[in-house]
Design a binder for this molecule. Sequence first.
Ligand code: ZN
Length: 203
Amino acid sequence: MKIICIGRNYVKHAQELNSEVPTEPVIFLKPESSLLRKNHPFFYPEFSENIHYETELVYKINKVGRHIQKQFAHTYYDEIGLGIDLTARDLQNKLKDKGLPWELSKAFDFSAPISKFISKTKFSEQNGISFLLKINGEIRQQGNSKNMIFSIDDLIVYISKFFTLKIGDLIFTGTPEGVGPVKIGDNLQAFLEGEKMLDFKIL
Ligand code: ZN
């Protein structure tokens, strides 16, 4: 399986990083070895001094497809979860400055804590899907799928022009504003429509 991640999919997050608001989705990948499941702790790696949290809605692909048309895009997923796109911001800024790929700062081991998944039938498209992150009990990020620049269906259309989507692939849909550093000892809890989905520690 593969993990496809979207950068800068919320206007206010692009602005907080002084990035341009994109006219096409910004795409990068994480390998399967980046997954961190079952609320296992995240061990702070030695190669960074500025690991940031990015809380994101994650969609799980349920059938194989390429060149998917927009009207069928919604049939390629039926479960939604939450993930944290952990990012070594110091390393990413160095790579960005040199025009180099981001992988070292985004795709390292356990950089993708992931929750369980919930049936999409539990959510209403009208109101969007809301989510939030608490660190040590304090709200740090609040997002809603309504504020995504590219909807999940737009993303599936775009991604599937380049990559065959396969069963079990995950799409991390980008983070809202409020990103910031984690530190050793922090407790991260992420909620999807009020339901606790993630609860793990930084060690
Ligand atoms: Zn992200």
